[in-house]
Structure formats: C-alpha cells, structure tokens
Design a protein around this ligand. Sequence first.
Ligand code: NDP
Length: 457
Amino acid sequence: MNLKITNPATGNIITELLCNTKEDIQAKLNALRTGQKAWSKRPVQERLDCIVKFGELIKENSEALALILTEETGKPLQQSRNEINGAHSRIDHLSQYAEQWLSNEILVNVGATHEKIVYEPLGVIANISAWNFPYNVGYNVFLYALVAGNAVMYKPSEYAALTGKQFEKYLHLAGVPEHVFQCVIGDGSLGQVLLEEDFDGYFFTGSYATGKHIAQTVAHKLVPVQLELGGKDPLFIAEDVLDVKQAAINAAEGAFYNNGQSCCAVERIYVSESIYDAFVDAFVAEVGAYVIGDPKDESTFIGPLTRLQQIDVLSKQVKDAIAKGAALKLGGQPIEHDGNYFQPTVLVDCNHDMEVMMQESFGPIIGIQKVTSDKEAIALMKDTPYGLTAAVFSSNEQRAMSILQEMNTGTVYWNCCDRVSPNVPWSGRKNSGLGSTLSSQGIRAFVQPKAYHLRTI
Ligand code: NDP
C-alpha cells in the first residue's frame, strides 16, 4: 500500500511512499534490538558527536528541508526555516549537559560500603510523532533518546512523512547506525501496529484521544509511556499592561502563528473590562492585516491548514459560538481557493458555553471574553480539562505570579506565550499529557536507574 503525500496548499499529490507492513516492523524491531546493544556501549561523547554532526547537516541543507516541510504541511516558508533553525538549540543544550546528566552518581563511598546510581537506556523505544512542529517535537524525543543510548523506531505523522525520512537520511549520514534509528511510514493504523509489538517505551506527541488510546493499549506491558498532548491554553490580559496595542500584537501572534496549529497556541483570551474594547480593536486590526496565501511566498503569514478535516471543526465552532451569542469580528469561513484555507477568525463576547472556549481549535480562530476581576479570570482559565500552558500579560509581577501559581499547567508565562525552551521541562498535566521532555528531566525520561550496593569485603 502507498501513502499519498498531498500538498495542502493545492490539494495536489506530491508523491507516494510505500507503507511499511507489520512484518517490516517486526524485522526492523529485531534489527534495532541488536543495534541498540552496541550503540549503548559507545561513550556518551561518541553518541553526541553523531547528533552534533546531524545538526550540522540539517543546517547545511536547511533551505531544501524547509521547502519539504512547507510542501507537505503548508507551513509558511519563513516559519519552516524558523522551526528548523530553532530546533538546533536542543542539540546545543544536549552537547553542553548530556554527559553530566547521564553520568553515574556516587552517593556513598565510606569504608567498605559503596552506593551508586547508574543510568541505563530503556532499550528500543517507539516514537509516534505529530505533524505540526515535526522538528521540535521529533528532536525532543529521538535526539534525547539516542544520546541516552536507546534505539528508536520513529513513526512520523502521515502529514510529515517526507520530513521523517529526511531525519532518517541525515542521522545515518551523521554516523547513527542504520540499526539504531529507523523511520517507518504509514498512517494511524501503522501506529496501532507499533502498539502491538514489544517496545521498551512509547513516546507520543498528538491528540488527547490518541494518547489516551495508546496509554490504555500498552498499559499491560508496564513500560514507560510518555504523552505530549493538546491544550486549550488561556491568556489573561490585565488592564495594567503598559501598551494595549503591543499586548494585542503579541497575543495575536501567540494565537495565529503556524495557523494556530501549535499545541501551546493561545486558544482563548480573557481581557479586563476597562481595556476590552481597545484590546479587541487592536487585535482585530492586527489579525486583519495578516498576509494569507501561498506558503512558499516569503510574505505569507497564514497558509493552508495541514489537514482538510479541520475546516469542519472550525466551521462548527464558529456556528456554535454565534448561535450562543458571540459576535464575529473577523473571518469565520473557509476561503474559496484550492487547498485547505480558512479565514483568520476572531469571535468576541464569548463564554464557556461555547465550544470555541472549551475544545481545542487547532486552527486560525480565537475566542475573546471580558472579565471583571482577577478572581474571575483565574476561575475561567482553570475551567478546562487540559493543563499545558497558561499566560498573563500585566505590568505587575506580583499580581501575575499570584495568578500563575493557581494554574494547574506544566508551563506558565508572564508577558510572553507560545514558547518552548530546552532549559526547562516541557510537560502537560491532566488531559495535556504525562511525563516531561527537554531539560535534565527530558533525558532522564529515556533511562532507568540501576542502584548498586557494593561491599569491598
Ligand atoms: P493524532 O493523535 O491524530 O496523531 C498523532 C500521531 O499518532 C500520528 O503519528 C498519527 O498517525 C498517530 N496515530 C493515529 N492513530 C493511532 C493509533 N491508533 N495508534 C498509534 N498511533 C496513532 O494527533 P494530530 O495529528 O491531531 O496532532 C495534533 C495534536 O497534537 C493536537 O492535539 C496538538 O495539541 C498535539 N500536540 C501536542 C504537543 C505537545 O508537546 N504537547 C506538540 C504538538 C502537537 P497519522 O498522523 O499518520 O494518522
């Protein structure tokens, strides 16, 4: 069977890739088992050298790679370049710290008694990935797993399969053995095959529904399962922001960058009533000025949606919000054009009866709601089954901190939003996930501690 790769900007098929079968997966898994044993015995520095070389190759070929990413996902070319360049910070961070994070810890060395922790790799892990930021979310898993001495079977989303094959090509060219990293091609049904095989860990990025299914399906194996899932990330704009217009520009970028298809995109905005009208005017002016068009055009900020089916989700949210009393300030409809285009959409006077404030939109649409106090803002921000990020724009640090401390989310932002850094863990709570990537926590996810109790007599 072949996987058709479609350009979401035109609807045209770019190419077809041969899908892997269950038998391929089993053969590759066996080969990875052998490869992993030798790989884990190599010094951390040697494994790191391969990752650094991989980073250099990606840099050298970044223009061609950006074009591939843009063609298969519809991400505007400049944003494809940003993603590829930005992902290098993971490699720099690993180069600096991996050796330290993976070294043995000698805890007791007194007389004849010695106690230490040795961090051993998990073995062969399955990495089932998403299409929206394949470099960022892929690197978060497979680079850290490889440096920690694991072998990886990487299943890219069917919407980012060409990029997945590039990861495989350049990792092998950089010296990662063939039987240490394998990219397998197929849709969700191939992901399902991976769940049925005996991997030593499952590392998933994607939706809550699939993440929950994965956790339930592999639970009996008692191996580590890590889930980086969706969000309904709130942003509160307090009336004491220094510049309402600038706050609106930053909030709009947080909501509409990558066409809103970011796990940590701003998905709902609460605004203090005294600046509500001024904020809405500035926000609508900013979003109304975004250039929509061919993602290969250098000036484009909003391209097509990666998946055609999301147009129905967005149309339904608009209809539902208007029926329940929201005012449509901008957009609201698919664009009559080849490809999966949807107008950047701003709904105001929203409330929590509306789907747009409660369900992940994952597209160029935002709901804005007026609030009269911090207490009300906190209650609304917390009214969600998700727990990925929450943000406050305010000139008062103490005020912002007291709001952010209330949030049951893996990440909080003050005067910024929609950002990820390799220095700090990336994790979701509640329906946004389980476990952490990035930082020292992110590498510890790929090792298991072995406790040594040693007596010299
Ligand atoms: P899906 O859950 O649909 O897909 C994610 C991955 O799972 C894809 O590789 C998919 O394959 C695969 N898959 C689908 N069905 C199965 C199955 N039964 N068994 C195993 N694997 C399967 O996610 P989306 O494509 O909708 O991705 C967007 C979601 O990802 C959003 O909710 C977003 O918020 C979240 N996300 C979270 C991030 C985080 O760090 N927290 C980062 C990025 C995205 P295929 O695509 O080929 O069907």
